[in-house]
Design a protein around this ligand. Structure first.
Ligand SMILES: Cc1cc2nc3c(=O)[nH]c(=O)nc-3n(C[C@H](O)[C@H](O)[C@H](O)COP(=O)(O)OP(=O)(O)OC[C@H]3O[C@@H](n4cnc5c(N)ncnc54)[C@H](O)[C@@H]3O)c2cc1C
Length: 404
C-alpha cells in the first residue's frame, strides 16, 4: 500500500486546493483526491469579503484572481420593484482594512487560479477522478480507499484534511454528525448575460421581496451576472426551466423577454445551516463546507472556508514540520467552529430572513434598520467591520513573500 508521510486532502474544491497550496509551499508532501475530472463549473460562490481577500493575498493568489475579478465598493438593498432603499459603502472601513471592498468572481475561476499555482509544486499531487469511499484510522495513520479509473486504490497518510464539501463522505465515515437545519426554500442560481447597469443596478444587490427575493451580483468582467432566486422545491427541473422566463420578467429590471438575455448556467440548490459536532477526529480534520454549511446570502460560505484553509494548513505545518503538539489542531477546531456558530451562521440566517420576510410590520422594521445603517456612517462601519470576525481569534499571518 502507498504510504504518504504527509497530508492527504480529500476534495479539490477551493478550500482543499488552498489547504494543499499552503502545505505544499511549506514543503509538506500532499496528495489531493478529487472525485471529479476537473474543477466544477457549477455556479456557486461569487463574492469575497475583505478578510478573505487579505487571506488570498497571503496565499499568493490575489494578483491572479484580481486580473479577472470585479471590484465591488458597496452592498445595495432594493425592494422587489428594483428601487434602492439602502447602500453600505465599504469606504466606511477604509481606515480599518487594507481591502475596503468585496471582490466578485466565479468560484470556478478562483479554483483554476489556485490549481495553476499548485502545478508549480512538485510535492503536491492532484489526482482527479479519485472518489474517496472509506476511511479508517489507527494511532499512526489514516487509511483511505478510493475509487479511481483503475479500480479501487488504497493509500495511507499521517493526516487527512477533509474538504469534500457539505455532503462529505469523510465526515460521515468518521461518524461526525452535521447538526442544523435545511431551509424549506430551493435556490436557483443562474449565470446570465444581461446589462443590469443600464437599469442603474450596482454590482452587488440584495432584492427584498416575500416572493421575488433575489441576489443580483456582477460575476466577472465579461458581462456575466449572477441572479439567484427562490423556487418551489416540489417542482421538477424542467418546470424550473419552463418558469424561468416568467420569473426573470419579474426579477430583472426592464422586465426583459428571453431574447434580451442569455442564460449561461442554471443550477438549483437546497441550502442549510449545519455544523459538524467537531472539526477534528483523531488524524482527520474538517474544513470548508465539509465542516459547516450556510445559505449563501451574504457571501460567507467560501469567505469563511478560505480562512479555514489558512488556519488548518498553518496548524498542520507546525505538527508535520515542527513536531508541535496536536493541541494546535484542537485549537483550530474550536476556533473555526466558533466563527461559524457565532458569526457566519447567524449573519447569513439574518440576511436570508430579511430578504424573504413576509410580515409587513417586520419588513418595515428591517427596512428601517438597513436604511439607518446606510445613512449613519458609524453604524455602517460597525456592520462592515463585523466581517473581520471571519478571521477568528488568531492573528492573520503576514503576507506571503514570493520569490521574484
Ligand atoms: C448558489 C451559491 C452561491 C454561493 N455564493 C457564495 C458567495 O458569494 N461567497 C461565498 O463565500 N460562498 C458562497 N457560496 C458557498 C460556496 O460555494 C461554498 O462555501 C464553497 O463551495 C465551499 O468550498 P469547499 O471547497 O469547502 O467545498 P466544495 O466547493 O463543495 O468542494 C468539495 C470538493 O470535494 C469533492 N468531493 C466530494 N466528495 C468527494 C469524495 N468522496 N472524494 C473525493 N472528492 C470529493 C467535490 O467534487 C468538490 O470538488 C455559495 C454557494 C451556492 C450554492
Amino acid at each position: 500500500m502507498e504510504t504518504l508521510e504527509g497530508v492527504v486532502v480529500v476534495g479539490g474544491g477551493p478550500v482543499g486546493l488552498l489547504t494543499a497550496l499552503k502545505l505544499g509551499r511549506a514543503g509538506v508532501k500532499v496528495i489531493v483526491l478529487e472525485s471529479e475530472a476537473c474543477v466544477s463549473p457549477s455556479p456557486r460562490a461569487v463574492a469575497y469579503m475583505p478578510p478573505t481577500i487579505a487571506a488570498m493575498q497571503r496565499f499568493g493568489v490575489l494578483e491572479d484572481i484580481r486580473k479577472r475579478a470585479v471590484y465591488c465598493p458597496s452592498i445595495n438593498y432594493r425592494h422587489g420593484d428594483g428601487t434602492l432603499f439602502s447602500t453600505l459603502e465599504w469606504s466606511a472601513v477604509a481606515e480599518d482594512t487594507e481591502f475596503p471592498y468585496m471582490l466578485l468572481l466565479g468560484q470556478n475561476h478562483v479554483s483554476n487560479v489556485i490549481k495553476q499555482h499548485l502545478q508549480t509544486l512538485p510535492n503536491v499531487d492532484i489526482r482527479w477522478n479519485h472518489r474517496v469511499e472509506s476511511i479508517d484510522q489507527d494511532a499512526n495513520y489514516v487509511t483511505i480507499e478510493t475509487r479511481c479509473p483503475g479500480g479501487i486504490s488504497r493509500l495511507r497518510a499521517r493526516w487527512v484534511a477533509a474538504t469534500d464539501g457539505a455532503r462529505s463522505t469523510v465526515r460521515e465515515k468518521i461518524g461526525l454528525s452535521f447538526d442544523g437545519i435545511t431551509w424549506a426554500e430551493r435556490l436557483v442560481a443562474t449565470n446570465v448575460f444581461y446589462d443590469f447597469t443600464v437599469h442603474g443596478y450596482s454590482r452587488a444587490n440584495f432584492v427584498h421581496d416575500p416572493l421575488d427575493w433575489a441576489v443580483v451580483v456582477q460575476l466577472d468582467q465579461s458581462g456575466l451576472w449572477r441572479v439567484c432566486y427562490g423556487e418551489d422545491p416540489s417542482i421538477s427541473m424542467e418546470e424550473v426551466r419552463r418558469r424561468m422566463p416568467e420569473r426573470f420578467k419579474r426579477l430583472l429590471p426592464g422586465a426583459p423577454t428571453p431574447d434580451r438575455y442569455r442564460v449561461d448556467h442554471l443550477n438549483p440548490y437546497r441550502v442549510h445551516q449545519r455544523c459538524a459536532a467537531e472539526f477534528r477526529r483523531g488524524r482527520v480534520i474538517l474544513a470548508g463546507d465539509a465542516a459547516h454549511a450556510t445559505n449563501p446570502m451574504g457571501g460567507l460560505g467560501l469567505s469563511g472556508g478560505v480562512l479555514d484553509a489558512e488556519h488548518l494548513a498553518r496548524a498542520l505545518i507546525s505538527v508535520v514540520n515542527d513536531s508541535a503538539s496536536v493541541k494546535v489542531l484542537d485549537d483550530y477546531s474550536v476556533d473555526r467552529r466558533k466563527v461559524f456558530l457565532e458569526f457566519t451562521s447567524p449573519t447569513a440566517t439574518q440576511n436570508f430572513n430579511w430578504m424573504k420576510e413576509s410580515d409587513p410590520a417586520q419588513r418595515a422594521r428591517d427596512t428601517e434598520l438597513l436604511t439607518h445603517a446606510g445613512t449613519d456612517r458609524a453604524v455602517m462601519r460597525e456592520v462592515l467591520l463585523s466581517f473581520e470576525k471571519l478571521n477568528g481569534s488568531s492573528r492573520p499571518a503576514p503576507p506571503l513573500k514570493l520569490a521574484a
